[in-house]
Design a protein around this ligand. Structure first.
Ligand code: GDP
Length: 332
């Protein structure tokens, strides 16, 4: 990853035509707004820098759709130089020809000066489309963008596509994939999660950003949507309870620093156990153990999760040390 990018906080840029759903996505994912309430949101009319107090401290810049950001009067370096990913939102329920034209122009403009930027296309509002129609639209968009770019001589562009809706988990899943590409320590985190899962017989383990419910890493087993939803819902329950009865989360702490954490587990009717443990101010581990003996192994699970927590915070403490300016004000 680009060194400059790593030193500064990674930034996401959200773009797309007016009414494509940018404000709604920001509100639902980062401000916990119920999806139905987005019907009354004002459409984006100005650049909004939305600073997140989450683990990555990333920013979402919600751009107005009609803005010509490649106009010479616009400082494109200021906008694009430190961006990790450009999220392009397309309204799949509307005619998307204009949006695709602007997307391909943007990709072509960016590739010469900022080739490190990941372009992430959210094919959005898919909730009211049936399976067949979704896959047709997906194919159509991938094909048209690919053709346009290859006609312009750009082969193998750095573009990924996600089907999204604010009415289900797909938007969180898509953001998780986007964010994971921006985490330099992802391999280490996945390895640590794999070790944890294997040593405790877990079905799956996720490391969630508590605030947005985006998962920043998981073990490398295939994702089971049912398990994912269970974990995601469990965070809401625990966060609500700790907010009411627990400690104040709003004090500044360095990532990697140990803190007082919430821990909770529940065993449901079929013997499946969901286990949650906060790792630091921003992250929490949520795992699922589909095993009748899960209850009996609680001690082992507690112990291993604690070891995992130490390892995880050591990884971040090291990254933090590395990025901290030295006496001369330079970063190592
Ligand atoms: P913006 O101009 O890009 O910021 O678009 P808005 O966020 O204002 O969204 C425009 C409309 O799209 C609003 O009425 C939203 O409720 C609706 N919308 C946003 N996301 C979704 C979605 O995933 N599914 C559906 N069906 N509607 C959505």
């Amino acid at each position: 990853m680009d060194r400059k990018l790593r030193q500064n906080k990674p930034r996401l840029l959200l773009m797309g035509q007016r009414r494509s759903g940018k404000s709604s996505i920001t509100s639902v994912v980062f401000h916990k707004m119920p999806p139905q309430e987005t019907l009354f949101l004002e459409s984006t009319t100005q650049i909004q820098k939305d600073s997140m107090r989450s683990f990555m401290d990333f920013q979402v810049w919600d751009f107005p759709g009609q803005l010509d950001y490649f106009d010479p009067t616009f400082d494109t370096t200021e906008i694009f130089s430190e961006i990790g990913a450009l999220v392009w939102v397309i309204d799949a329920q509307d005619d998307y020809t204009d949006s695709l034209n602007r997307l391909t122009t943007t990709i072509l403009n960016l590739q010469t000066t900022f080739p490190h930027i990941n372009v992430e296309v959210f094919i959005h509002k898919i909730d009211s489309l049936n399976e067949e129609f979704r896959s047709d639209i997906y194919q159509d968009i991938v094909q048209r963008v690919g053709d346009e770019l290859s006609d312009a001589g750009y082969i193998n562009p750095n573009v990924s596509y996600h089907l999204t809706s604010i009415y289900d988990y797909s938007i969180f899943e898509a953001f998780s994939k986007v964010i994971q590409k921006l985490i330099p320590q992802l391999d280490t985190l996945e390895n640590l999660l794999n070790i944890l899962v294997n040593s405790c017989g877990m079905a799956k383990a996720y490391l969630f950003d508590i605030w947005s419910k985006i998962y920043v890493a998981s073990d490398t087993r295939p994702i089971d949507m049912e398990v994912y939803e269970m974990c995601s819902d469990y965070i809401d329950v625990i966060v609500d309870i700790t907010d009411i009865y627990g400690y104040n989360r709003n004090h500044e702490k360095v990532l990697g620093e140990q803190m007082q954490e919430a821990e909770s587990s529940v065993t449901i009717h079929d013997g499946t156990m969901i286990y949650l443990k906060e790792m630091n101010q921003y992250l929490c581990l949520v795992t699922v153990i589909k095993n009748d003996e899960a209850k009996d192994k609680k001690g082992l699970i507690d112990y291993n999760c604690h070891i995992f927590q130490d390892a995880l915070n050591a990884v971040f403490a090291r990254a933090w040390e590395k990025d901290k300016p030295n006496e001369n004000g330079e970063q190592e």
